[in-house]
Write a protein that binds this ligand. Structure first.
Ligand code: G3H
Length: 243
């Protein structure tokens, strides 16, 4: 049975005070959220503790935006899996295109981070997706296939979420057509050995397109950036209308 996983990735937005204000507006809306939907917030590291405290007893789970592959060590600016586990983090985004683009993340380092996340009991959300140029050159399928081949070496697919995020759709308002996202996610699924892996779509998900996206049979949730920063907007996404 595939789970529905709806995650807000706050990227490098929100102070602790802003996080608390968000929760005051957001949490009451969860009374309307069907039981089977998993809801996650992935704030900057500095906000994990405050969210962990405020989410205690709520159904919202905590995710981080990165994890290092070593348990500890001289890795300035990085964070380890035990540090995340200690404050209640359960999920971690790995291989987001912004990390691949700006911080030298490769499929090899993505694989190392995935392995370590799983070894410590975190559920990784592996991000894959193509640039506009790769799509125009008809390289989408081969690129994603390669990202999966290299990223998933020795990874346990029983404890994994995948997010298909076409890079050209991230933060642009230029959403991938729901039917096309469904097609690519179907191709991703055909490359996995576990049919129950939840596969999300990410890229300009908004209150006005969530119902259509979630109506697609292959799409098991969404990874939301900009629209997860505002309580009412993320609440509308979490409480999407199912057909
Ligand atoms: O992790 C989230 C994605 O990068 C999508 O961001 P966006 O919803 O602002 O396009």
């Amino acid at each position: 049975m595939r789970k529905i996983v709806i995650a807000g990735n706050w990227k490098m937005y929100k102070t602790q005070a802003e996080s608390e204000e968000f929760l005051q507006g957001f949490l009451p809306h969860l009374q309307e959220t069907p039981e089977e939907r998993e809801v996650l917030l992935c704030p900057p590291f500095t906000n994990l503790s405050v969210l962990s405290r405020n989410l205690h007893g709520s159904r919202v789970q905590l995710g981080a935006q990165n994890v290092h592959w070593e348990e500890y060590g001289a890795y300035t600016g990085e964070i380890s899996a035990p540090m995340l586990i200690e404050i209640g983090v359960r999920f971690v985004i790995v291989g987001h295109s912004e990390r691949r683009q700006y911080f030298g993340e490769t499929d090899a380092t993505v694989n190392l981070r995935l392995r370590t996340a799983q070894r410590f009991g975190l559920t990784p959300i592996l991000c894959v997706g193509e640039t506009k140029e790769q799509r125009d050159n008809k390289e989408t399928e081969s690129l994603i296939s390669l990202q999966l081949d290299k990223g998933l070496v020795d990874i346990d697919q029983d404890n994994l979420v995948i997010a298909y995020e076409p890079i050209w759709a991230i933060g642009t308002g230029d959403t991938c057509e729901a039917v096309e996202a469904n097609r690519i996610i179907g191709l991703i699924r055909s490359q996995l050995n576990n049919p129950n892996v939840s596969i999300q779509y990410g890229g300009s998900v908004k209150p006005n397109n969530i119902d259509e996206i979630m109506a697609q049979p292959e799409i098991d949730g969404v990874l939301v950036g900009g629209a997860s920063l505002e309580a009412e907007s993320f609440a509308r996404i979490v409480n999407y209308k199912s057909v």
